[in-house]
Write a protein that binds this ligand. Structure first.
Ligand code: AMP
Length: 302
């Protein structure tokens, strides 16, 4: 695995790979890698022939009172994981290379970053979209991979790539979970044993909401109440937000009449965890929808 440390060297490698006609896939991360990150690498192997992973703990996306200085790091472990996963290039820029003296430009995606983490972490997405733009301009990928675990981030990057004509395919990868349902996250490393148990309440809250929708619930308030009840029953959990939004626009919705993102941010002790699920209302075919007897029947025939 080749390690590259500067934007100039990264760009030179990318130019050569492109001349050779190779399809570059990029997996951006902040390190402390787990199976979730490696599922992005696996997707990159399927859809590209040169896989670049980056590790950069981006100061610009952390708020003043957030965990930049304590963010977990394990370079030796990360190298071993990426080497084993067949990554060709590990890009490791440092903060001085990314934000040299005089840096004063940012990339802002507006509407889809308004709600959820955009509200509770002001400036966060501006940091994300700025650093991802810089990675796109140096790694020059044909395709880039992002986890659905950070669903709003994925939506913002899709929007940015389309709006700014990056010409890069953005691929979303499903959330990898531990056996007990907890979404894998570098921040799980902060949890004590009892907090790790309490962290299960997030995926249980999502499951409760999904069950409610399967049983026919469509009002956002009612579905959210089911999720909140699970979280409120967990003494170590404190809800930052629990919201239902349109899965594409990330705008609040009152009725689940289209794919809806149920997104949670919850403090377990001092650790803020996020998780989400997309709720898709299964509707009866139009010819039967008015009968009101819930009769399940085949699709309307032509
Ligand atoms: P991070 O290192 O936390 O910035 O994450 C780097 C990338 O990995 C992002 O695109 C995340 O959405 C993705 N990711 C993080 N956790 C998971 C997970 N449990 N399953 C799938 N992708 C993930």
């Amino acid at each position: 695995m080749l390690e590259i440390f500067t934007p100039a060297a990264m760009r030179a490698w990318a130019d050569r790979a492109r001349v050779e006609g190779r399809r570059i896939g990029l997996v951006p991360t902040m390190g402390y890698l787990h199976e979730g990150h490696l599922s992005l690498v696996a997707a990159a192997h399927r859809l590209a022939d040169a896989c670049v992973a980056s590790i950069f703990v981006n100061p610009m996306q952390f708020g003043a009172n957030e965990d930049l200085s304590t963010y977990p790091r394990n370079m030796a472990g990360d190298r071993a994981h990426l080497e084993r996963a067949g990554v060709e290039v590990l890009y490791l820029p440092d903060a001085d290379a990314m934000y040299p003296r005089g840096f004063q430009t940012d990339v802002t995606v507006n509407k889809v970053t308004t709600e959820l983490c955009g509200r509770s972490r002001p400036g966060h997405f501006r940091g994300v979209t700025t650093v991802v733009s810089k990675l796109f301009n140096t790694v020059k990928p044909h395709v880039a991979f992002f986890g659905e675990k950070d669903f709003q981030q994925l939506a913002a990057i899709r929007r940015m790539a389309a709006d700014l004509d990056f010409g890069i395919d953005i691929v979303g990868v499903p959330t990898m979970r531990e056996a007990d349902g907890v979404a894998m996250s570098s921040r799980n490393a902060y949890l004590s044993d009892t907090e790790r148990t309490a962290a299960r309440s997030l995926s249980r809250a999502l499951a409760a909401a999904r069950d409610a929708v399967t049983a026919g619930a469509r009002q956002a308030d009612a579905v959210l109440a089911r999720a909140r009840a699970v979280l409120e029953a967990e003494p170590q959990a404190r809800i930052d937000y629990a919201e239902l939004v349109d899965a594409e626009t990330i705008e609040p919705i009152d009725v689940i009449d289209r794919p809806a993102l149920l997104a949670l941010a919850v403090f377990i002790g001092r650790t803020r965890l996020i998780d989400n699920t997309v709720l898709v209302p299964m509707t009866l075919p139009a010819t039967h929808a008015g009968r009101g007897d819930g009769a399940a029947s085949g699709p309307a025939s032509h």
